[in-house]
Design a protein around this ligand. Sequence first.
Ligand code: MLT
Ligand code: MN
Ligand code: ZN
Length: 295
Amino acid sequence: MRIVILGAGAGGGLPQWNCGCTQCSAARRGLIAPMTQSTLAVSVDGSTWALLNASPDLRQQLATWPALHPTSLRGSPVKAVVLTNGDVDHIAGLLTLREKTGFTLYATDATHQVLSENTVFGVLDPVLVRRETVFLDHPFSPLPGLMVTAYAVPGKTPLYLEGETPELEAMGEQTVGLRLQAGGREAHYVPGCAALPDWLVDHLSQAAVVLFDGTVWSDDDMPLSGTGAKTGVRMGHVAMRGPAGSLARLGPLQGRRIYTHVNNTNPALMPDSEARATIMAAGWEIANDGMEIVL
Ligand code: MLT
Ligand code: MN
Ligand code: ZN
């Protein structure tokens, strides 16, 4: 199995268009690498690929990675797209995939409903783009040799569908993690997760690689940086630091642990930060655009 991190950033990317925070400024000055938004590509045979989420930067991401270029006059090695939720940073790239090439779009019924209620996604010609419903805990095969299982993780409804008081750690079809299995190896992709209960830590324990929600270093990254009032908890993202944070909770895992969906306000993006030093000392990695994982 080959996994390519096409975009390691969270919504907004790095730099974000309207942000002058330390990390966004450093990216503009060329001091740290920019990041496009949250999307992975996965392949087993090297010639057919599935995208895990479809970020608003997908056009650029597909252009950057030669294995994803067309091999004929019209067509694409991308045969499938699998969605983990209905957030803008995970679905807007579907609009790039119009233009009359077929693929299969896998999502839970809840996420498919979000798409069908937003009629702009009708640009994906239903004759060519098959919408397959994913059932929680039921494996499916989007590519030859690859099995994927979606499972509910604590999360919230997409920002643009929030009511007065959204449930922040809801369990259901709105936010899923993906277990990827091929050739006896297992990887997990969990770009959004609000909490790490024991069962979820257990569920990740067999994985050779866990790509996990790296949105915020501490729950108050945004208030501390002056960029906004929202906490990680309010955004549906568990922090890295702290006793309930991912660094501690996933510490006992044996496999590689890689943070992805990293928000531009996360201080761990700065090479000389205490946050980054702590993460590295704990044996974690932080994804970057173009990072490739073979297992
Ligand atoms: C998130 O991960 O919290 C969302 O992508 C936020 C957003 O919709 O911008
Ligand atoms: Mn996001
Ligand atoms: Zn910023």
